[in-house]
Design a protein around this ligand. Structure first.
Ligand SMILES: [Zn+2]
Ligand SMILES: [Zn+2]
Length: 337
């Protein structure tokens, strides 16, 4: 089967691999679509390291073609989405319910073969059945949605609170919808690309801001009578936007570090400022216990993921797909084997 992985030198390679065999607790799926995540772009471009010879791709949906002898609740022809993260359930963090912080966490598409291939074998417990009323391709956005749900859980927005979302990528646009659905007051979205700002506005943002031509802080302060917003969700992952977030939040407010920053980025913040303004700075990592809710939300149609699929490319063209995904214009690029 055709598959995409890193060679020994960390270079993205397309090659033939054998279709994996199914063990008793596993399923074999034919991949329908797999999203190119920002983390994949980082690895394919050599910004972060990835394991050689592992098929990448962790945001995927597929159709079951074979089930292992112990698998009871799934059958051939079911459409399933995949939770890529596999905790050990034995370490201190797992035993305290923080499975995503597992010391021995491994992930499909990172440590185990993933979705940039025609077929993928995985433990059946990592699969979630997608309801029949949903177009299968939407399932490729279930994992990002589950990550966004965890972010929303972390920052615990109350109805009527004013929120700023920095970044209108796939995650920023999912977060916009979740924040609007959750009954926030004013929702600001800062994003340089017009198409994405238009989507954010369509999803119910009260004010979209072009940070390259408008003064983000000025607008936020003006529209909140000088106070700043109660919550900022930073969904870019740059030092500059983190600082914007800290400046735009009101005293007593919360800032969620949601965007994935390169590991070596440092920011210059004043501990006195955090102390005196009583700021809460929060992190959010992956999708603990949120996959079921993601499926339920997709099925309810109260979230619109379809417009976030900006490009669909065949697996053979994954290299150009990575180039497209690293432009600011792209939202989510899906690969179809
Ligand atoms: Zn991802
Ligand atoms: Zn663990």
């Amino acid at each position: 089967m055709l598959s995409a992985y890193l060679d020994e030198n960390g270079k993205l390679t397309l090659g033939d691999k054998e279709i994996p065999k199914v063990k008793a607790d596993e399923i074999l799926i034919k991949v329908i679509a797999c999203g190119i995540c920002g983390t994949d772009v980082h690895v394919f471009k050599g910004i972060n390291k990835g394991k050689p010879n592992i098929i990448r791709g962790h945001e995927f949906v597929g159709e079951i073609v074979e089930v292992g002898s112990n698998v009871k609740d799934l059958r051939v022809k079911d459409i399933v989405i995949v939770d890529p993260n596999i905790p050990c359930m034995n370490c201190y963090q797992c035993r305290n319910g923080r499975i995503h912080l597992c010391k021995n966490l491994i992930a499909i598409g990172v440590d185990l073969d993933g979705g940039f291939a025609e077929y993928c074998v995985l433990p059946s417990k990592q699969a979630y059945k997608l309801p029949g009323n949903i177009e299968p391709i939407i399932g490729a956005l279930a994992e990002p949605l589950a990550c966004a749900l965890h972010g929303i859980d972390r920052v615990d927005i109350k109805e009527g609170e004013n929120v700023l979302i920095i970044g209108g990528g796939a995650l920023g646009l999912i977060l916009t919808q979740l924040v609007v659905n959750g009954g926030a007051g004013k929702v600001f979205v800062s994003e340089p690309y017009k198409e994405k700002r238009d989507l954010a506005f369509g999803f119910g943002a009260s004010r979209v801001i072009d940070p390259t031509n408008e003064d983000l802080l000025d607008i936020v302060k003006k529209e909140t009578s000088g106070k700043g917003v109660d919550v900022v969700i930073e969904a870019v992952g740059s030092g500059k936007t983190i600082l914007q977030a800290i400046n735009a939040v009101s005293d007593g407010g919360r800032v969620l570090f949601f965007g994935v920053a390169p590991e070596d980025v440092r920011i210059d913040i004043s501990p006195f400022d955090v102390y005196r303004r009583e700021l809460t700075l929060l992190g959010s990592f992956v999708n603990p216990f949120t996959m079921e809710r993601a499926v339920s939300l997709i099925s309810s149609r109260r979230i619109n993921l379809y417009p976030l699929i900006s490009d669909i490319i065949p697996l053979q063209d994954i290299k150009s797909g990575v180039e497209v995904a690293s432009t600011g214009r792209a939202i989510r690029v899906l690969v179809k084997p």
